[in-house]
Design a protein around this ligand. Structure first.
Ligand code: FES
Ligand code: FES
Length: 159
């Protein structure tokens, strides 16, 4: 059965027509047209489909779109400001924390949420937090270095 819902994505209201069973991933990618969110495993294991719901990372392949009504959603398109990249995005680019890019939006959103909760994580804390985001390309070291560099950049900017 189709129904109309309104999702708050990146501080914009999106009026969408979805089925009761529509995954949030599909609502974001195909109904809202925000294709930065990626699909990998479709089973909640890889983290490629990660978005933030009220600031917390969730797997959008395992979340129903109708369950996201009334929540504040953030996708990779929503974390920069005024045409500039987020410090986490800058660090991933600068340190080579990405190759094919499939895992990258999810990695970055999980990292942004980590730095909100823990602005100066250790490498082990970053690895633990990103354990749910799988990367088949980079070997992870550059990703962790990018997260720690972004933490430094944000701290310097805040001081
Ligand atoms: S596509 Fe959702 S966790 Fe892999
Ligand atoms: S950059 Fe290819 S999966 Fe991570």
């Amino acid at each position: 059965m189709k129904r109309q819902i309104t999702l708050d994505i990146n501080d914009q209201p999106y009026e969408l027509t979805v089925e009761n069973r529509t995954r949030l991933l599909d609502a974001v990618r195909y109904a809202a047209g925000l294709t930065g969110t990626k699909e990998g495993c479709s089973t909640g294991d890889c983290g490629a489909c990660t978005v933030l719901m009220d600031g917390a990372p969730i797997t959008s392949c395992l979340t129903l779109a109708v369950a996201a009504e009334g929540k504040k959603l953030t996708t990779i398109e929503g974390i920069g400001a005024d045409g500039t990249l987020h410090p986490v995005q800058e660090s991933f680019m600068e340190l080579g924390g990405l190759q094919c890019g499939i895992c990258t939006p999810g990695m970055i959103l999980s990292s942004v949420a980590l730095l909100e909760d823990n602005p100066q994580p250790t490498a082990d804390e970053a690895r633990w937090t990103l354990a749910g985001n799988l990367c088949r390309c980079t070997g992870y070291d550059k990703i962790i270095k990018a997260v720690l560099q972004a933490a430094e950049v944000q701290e310097t900017a805040a001081s």
